[in-house]
Design a protein around this ligand. Sequence first.
Ligand SMILES: Nc1ncnc2c1ncn2[C@@H]1O[C@H](COP(=O)(O)OP(=O)(O)OP(=O)(O)O)[C@@H](O)[C@H]1O
Ligand SMILES: [Mg+2]
Length: 310
Amino acid sequence: MPAIVTEQVCRDFGPVRALDRLTIEVPSGIVFGFLGPNGAGKTTTIRILLGLLEPTKGRAVVLGHDTRTEADRIRRQSGALLEHSGLYERLTAEDNLLFCARAHGLPGKDARARIESLLTGIGLWDRRREVVGGWSRGMKHKLAVARALLPRPALVFLDEPTAGLDPLAAASLREDLADLVAREGVTVFLTTHNLAEAENLCSQVAVIREGRLVAVGSPDDLRERRSGSRIEVRGRGLDEGVVANLTARPEVVRALLEEDTLHVELTDAHTTVAHIVKALVMAGVEIEEVRRERASLEEVFVALMEENGS
Ligand SMILES: Nc1ncnc2c1ncn2[C@@H]1O[C@H](COP(=O)(O)OP(=O)(O)OP(=O)(O)O)[C@@H](O)[C@H]1O
Ligand SMILES: [Mg+2]
């Protein structure tokens, strides 16, 4: 059973259509990245999936439960870190977690063992007796993630968990997350503006823009779909004459020479590189290396935003 299924979900806020026929499926046991620019509808989607907001049209099923009628069951089985951490600033870290454990009906002994393991995992066990109000943002973030994982949820929603963290804290939170996912087999639904992070953590991503799905697949799939169309050639004898010659070919969109490296953009990913290589050899180029250029997820994201602009 997939962890999350949405069917043609729409959500309007007055005249604003925040979500437009969103259909996605999130398999169980993976980190799923939900990407999109500011205002794309990511947080709205999470709120709908948790049953905190009703869809205007369509439906969503989370862990087998309909979000309209069984939100309490969904919330009992999932953890969430939303835009505000929701920690009790006047309580200690330990008491924050104990409070959450009680709310989920975790027996005391279990809860204590679980809290020790989670706090140790994020390096905050020694500081458990400190009041959270005095903690740095990064420490609070980590605690909020630990709290989301405390009741051993089947599913965790993390809305920008590394936003505002320093690079070290973000990297360590990512490590902790990957570790917890591997150990506990939870499904993570994650939003982030950090595309390197998404590439690193997520086995699947969906990209939305203005409430509409524009791409879905593994980060590698998405990169591959773009990368195939660009190649890089290094060698001797590359000059502007060669560039002009290549540019005249129908399968070449553009060619650009940078020192001893020639960048060639092809009309599509399936164009065979052999023709290009042959043309270069015929022009007297001594080729040292030919390789396909890999687009980063960030480049793919930017291209998707440009293509799907309104
Ligand atoms: N409670 C609300 N009332 C009115 N409009 C809302 C409300 N919640 C969201 N919206 C609108 O819905 C759209 C999507 O907002 P949402 O918060 O889901 O975006 P997001 O993808 O999470 O953006 P960000 O990356 O900035 O967090 C925006 O146009 C926003 O103004
Ligand atoms: Mg948001």
